[in-house]
Write a protein that binds this ligand. Structure first.
Ligand SMILES: C[S@@+](CC[C@H](N)C(=O)[O-])C[C@H]1O[C@@H](n2cnc3c(N)ncnc32)[C@H](O)[C@@H]1O
Length: 280
């Protein structure tokens, strides 16, 4: 078993800043499918005070603001907040305030929000418990805390396909740590997510599974999405030279065609658990 060294906050911020451009271009349009699902399940209304932590470039914030929620969108990475704000401005969504903030130490008062949510946000933090405690602290009694987190790694096909292609194209490459699994999978089992929400003092907890489907129109699109989706993807790509990456894309072309009966693109699914709890 290997131990994952926890990176410092600056290192984490720099790593997310570095992928923000590709994240906004390739990941956020797909993540909005998940963001919209969370918004639907919460039954948000115009005027609901919503906090989004680890907001990225707006996958949850933008759909919530479209229905009139009053959103404070926070992220550690300034480059993410810049892009989120640009998206809100482009749509004329005036109820969005973007703020650069560490989700583990929110610069926000207690009991402020009706709903505090984090979509693949606090579940990627090295100290998820602390991020969750902050969500609870800033939510009013009777309000709700929502965490959307990936299910087990083998169910997240865009990662499985890309990691498999790297292994096939570059013998000896180790695209992902497996023991323990990468941080985005720390609460992949619904029981673990429930336990963390119980430990945070939430009640009336529900863990609802959701199958998130994303359409990739080519192998290049899939690879670009993987490498911008998380600093681990970016590091995986950085360890390969141009020829090796071209070979990975060639392998991916084959696996996508297999999946889609010869078409160049395919729809890939990912299991996500949406945990909701009420603040006492
Ligand atoms: C996987 S992305 C998810 C973004 C968005 N919620 C979505 O679904 O598209 C994780 C986000 O968490 C942010 N993040 C990482 N560590 C953070 C921290 N300590 N505080 C706040 N945000 C953080 C990253 O900058 C990144 O935007």
């Amino acid at each position: 078993m290997t131990t994952q060294q926890a990176p410092g906050l600056e290192q984490i911020r720099d790593a997310w800043n570095a992928v923000a451009d590709g994240f906004d271009r390739f990941v956020t349009p797909e993540s909005m499918v998940l963001g919209r699902e969370v918004v639907l399940r919460l039954g948000l209304r115009p005027g609901t005070r919503l906090l989004d932590v680890g907001a990225g470039s707006g996958a949850l914030t933008i759909p919530a603001a479209r229905i009139g929620a009053d959103v404070v969108a926070t992220d550690l990475a300034p480059a993410m907040i810049e892009r989120l704000t640009a998206r809100a401005l482009a749509e004329g969504l005036s109820s969005v305030r973007g703020r650069i903030m560490d989700g583990n130490a929110l610069d926000l008062d207690d009991d402020t929000f009706d709903v505090a949510a984090s979509v693949n946000g606090v579940s990627v933090f090295p100290d998820m418990e602390r991020g969750l405690a902050e969500l609870v602290r800033v939510t009013r009694p009777g309000g709700r805390v929502v965490i959307a987190a990936f299910g087990p790694l083998p169910t997240v096909e865009f990662i499985v396909f890309c990691a498999g292609a790297v292994r096939a194209a570059v013998p000896g490459a180790m695209p992902l740590p497996t023991d323990p699994p990468p941080l985005p999978f720390q609460a992949a089992h619904p029981d673990v997510l429930r336990e963390r929400m119980v430990d945070a003092g939430l009640r009336e907890i529900r863990i609802d599974p959701f199958t998130w489907e994303s359409a990739f129109d080519s192998a290049r699109h899939l690879w670009d999405t993987f490498t911008a989706s998380h600093p681990i993807g970016a590091q995986t790509a950085a360890a390969l030279d141009d020829g090796q990456q071209a070979e990975v894309v060639r392998v991916l072309e084959g696996t996508l065609r297999e999946r889609s009966a010869g078409a160049p693109g395919a729809v890939l699914s990912a299991q996500v658990n949406i945990g909701t709890g009420t603040v006492c």
